[in-house]
Design a binder for this molecule. Structure first.
Ligand SMILES: Nc1ncnc2c1ncn2[C@@H]1O[C@H](COP(=O)(O)OP(=O)(O)OP(=O)(O)O)[C@@H](O)[C@H]1O
Ligand code: SF4
Ligand SMILES: [Mg+2]
Length: 331
């Protein structure tokens, strides 16, 4: 059986609100962007992390890489508590964990040619000579199916799919074991999206990589993930094997998300739910989903759903299937 490579335990990140007059708000209206999140990832496994814009997906990725410090919680990578590592030890860790960043353009320096982007990544942790750099560059181009002629291009001269391949090659250059892929298919044509997913799957099989795959594209998540965690307003509300989450969801939110795939309206999700950017400054008491929950309405607004003392906890309900709801849908 494969080993656990990543264990995230009760992770929290509360932000101070920004914007006009935010100074006066500090202290009381903190934004719980990641609120008591726990999950684990095994070697060579892919976990999909899904949820609407602003629910906290990227923040989780950045916390795991220690690009920002958590408010609370633990992150164990390969048996080591990474929040206790010194700066010098972090350097070694960074070569083992990498992130494919959400923003395709911000991820690549527009003033560097592909050749230099890759060389910089290849030599960041190792002193290689000229011929070793060339050898490794060719290997990376091969791995991501990019033509050698693209080495002399600037990012602006590449298509979206090619940019994404360069971004993946750059990440592979340091030989990571865990990759956090943050919306790696966003802003790409549908056919290119499938190519990138296939590429990531092939690389996983060849190199034994583990992925945390962040997306709000449920089809892509289903294609690549062994298991899925569904986030809502900073919390995981359901987690389990991806087939089961897609076909037999137990949380009303997951149910609406996936049923929208077969029944998508013009402007987002059908069944009365529209894609939403969360307003964390208007806190909801009890279950954070209750103002939008059909089950809550159908059951006549049960008081436990809105009870501030009774926020539903993620609970195991079956084989490795977890749900945070007082009235989960029947299996
Ligand atoms: N540095 C920051 N300072 C203050 N608030 C932040 C910061 N970074 C993120 N947030 C807030 O935290 C919440 C979660 O943001 P995050 O970027 O993790 O969402 P996301 O799920 O990745 O969204 P998207 O799907 O749009 O990428 C949002 O409300 C966001 O505004
Ligand atoms: S706890 Fe209540 S409001 Fe929340 S998802 Fe379950 S049924 Fe809906
Ligand atoms: Mg994001």
């Amino acid at each position: 059986m494969s080993e656990t490579i990543l264990d995230v335990i009760n992770l929290k990140k509360y932000f101070h609100p920004s914007g006009p007059f935010s100074f006066f708000k500090k202290g009381d209206n903190l934004i719980p962007a990641v609120d008591d999140v726990s999950f684990y990832l095994k070697e060579k496994e892919t976990m999909g992390l899904v949820g609407e814009s602003g629910c906290g997906k990227t923040t989780i990725g950045k916390l795991i890489l220690r690009l920002m410090e958590p408010t609370d919680g633990r992150i164990i990578f390969d048996g080591a508590d990474i929040l206790k590592l010194k700066k010098s030890e972090l350097r070694n860790l960074r070569s083992q964990m990498q992130m494919i960043f959400q923003d395709l353009d911000a991820a690549l320096n527009p003033r560097m040619r592909v050749r230099d982007i890759l060389r910089e990544a290849i030599t960041v942790y190792h002193d290689f000579d000229y011929s070793e750099i060339n050898k490794r560059t060719s290997e990376l181009l091969n791995q991501v199916n990019l033509k050698k002629s693209k080495l002399s291009c600037y990012p602006d001269e590449l298509s979206g799919g090619e940019k994404r391949r360069v971004g993946i090659a750059r990440v592979l250059a340091v030989k990571p074991r865990l990759i956090i892929a943050d919306e790696p298919t966003s802003a790409l044509d549908v056919s290119i999206q499938a190519q990138i997913i296939n590429l990531l799957s092939d690389l996983q099989a060849k190199l034994g990589l583990s992925y945390l795959f962040i997306s709000h594209d449920l089809r892509m998540v289903e294609l690549i993930s062994n298991k899925v965690a569904v986030m809502y307003m900073g919390k995981i509300v359901e987690m389990g094997l991806s087939d089961r989450i897609a076909q037999r969801p137990m949380h009303p939110y997951t149910n609406v998300l996936w049923s929208s795939l077969t029944n998508r309206g013009e402007k987002g999700i059908s069944n009365g739910l529209t894609w939403q950017v969360f307003d964390f400054e208007r806190p909801v008491t009890g279950c954070r989903f209750h103002p939008r929950c059909e089950v809550f309405k159908a059951r006549g607004n049960p008081k436990e759903c809105a009870d501030p003392q009774n926020e539903p906890k993620l609970t195991e309900t079956g084989t490795s299937h977890y749900v945070a709801c007082h009235f989960p849908l029947a299996l």
